[in-house]
Design a protein around this ligand. Sequence first.
Ligand SMILES: Cc1ncc(COP(=O)(O)O)c(C=O)c1O
Length: 398
Amino acid sequence: MSSSVVSPPALAQRLRGVASSPVRDLLALLDRPEVISFAGGLPAPELFDLAGLRAAFDAVLSTDAGRRHLQYAPTEGNRDLRTLVAGRLTGRGLPTAADDLLVTTGSQQALTLIATALLDPGAVVAVEEPTYLAALQCFSLAGARVVPVRSDDHGLDPDALAEVLAVERPTLLYLVPTFANPTGRTLPPERRAAVAELAARHGTWLVEDDPYGELRYRGSAVPALAAQPGVEDRTLYLGSFSKTASPGMRLGWLRAPEGLLRPLTVAKQAADLHTSTIDQAAAAAYLAAVDLDAHVRGLCAAYAERRDAMVAALPDTLPAGSTWSDPDGGMFVWARLPGGVDTAELLRTALTHDVAFVPGAPFFAGTPDRSTLRLSFTTNTPAQITEGMARLGRALHG
Ligand SMILES: Cc1ncc(COP(=O)(O)O)c(C=O)c1O
């Protein structure tokens, strides 16, 4: 190479120090059929409604009118889809009109749009600790300072939140209050009321990320944080098609207060113009044609058995002194091992036994607890879970 050649400039500052998601990296490494993976938060592919979705795509593409579903479309999203989603949210106790919603390319995009619209570099974001790591990535990319809020077995601790709000004055609070990723925890109603009251009192945006709320295996539904009185003007609620229908379609929605929808829509214009027209049209046709509640009941019945298989195996798998969550829904069990074990090291051993999980450290915004791990129970059958847990037990007990 000639000495007059100058290297191109370095990466943008905002990307330095933002690590790749270890979960995504792991998924790449786990492509060996013999590995039983509890790592990715993947829905069970055999439970996708292949026939129903194929019929929905057929329905929107089989006549000449279907040409419009292959065209550019408005940024806000397909009106039929928004109307159907609004009806479902209203039915679940969160009164919503089609015009309150922006269709997004997965709920992940909603996080990016929120960061673009609300966070200046240096802004403070408060999160429950531990939390969804791609949300941490997203807030870091926006140049925000992420501040952890202590949580316990029942989710975010309102006393800890009051302290963080008073000292740090965050621009927004992000939480997954129902069947959280990674812990599986659910914030009880009285804490929801306390969180809403604190957010209103301190003038903070509240971001409720709810991809798992419909996957309940036990107990009765808890009202959305967004449905709490007094926070209507400050709550952004994120939903997704990913866990109830198909993550590959990349369809989510963002319910936001009136004044925010316009700036969020402008942010989305710059990001991707709009979410896939054909996927939105097929999703609308699908929701109109099938009983999605019945499909979700089927998912819940299957996932409940898988959750039970994993929780039943835990006492014989993990060493004495371990603790774990026993989630009422969602996809994850969160465990903690005694004796200062580093679960990133344990993962190496586990992989030699053809079993995988996600080490807990990347889910922490503050000092990580390296003895924690996340186990997903939805992707494998009960028999595979029993076998995978036996392998994990052998990896642990050597
Ligand atoms: C808490 C949480 N939020 C958002 C997402 C992104 O979901 P999607 O973009 O598929 O809707 C996930 C995916 O696992 C998640 O766990």
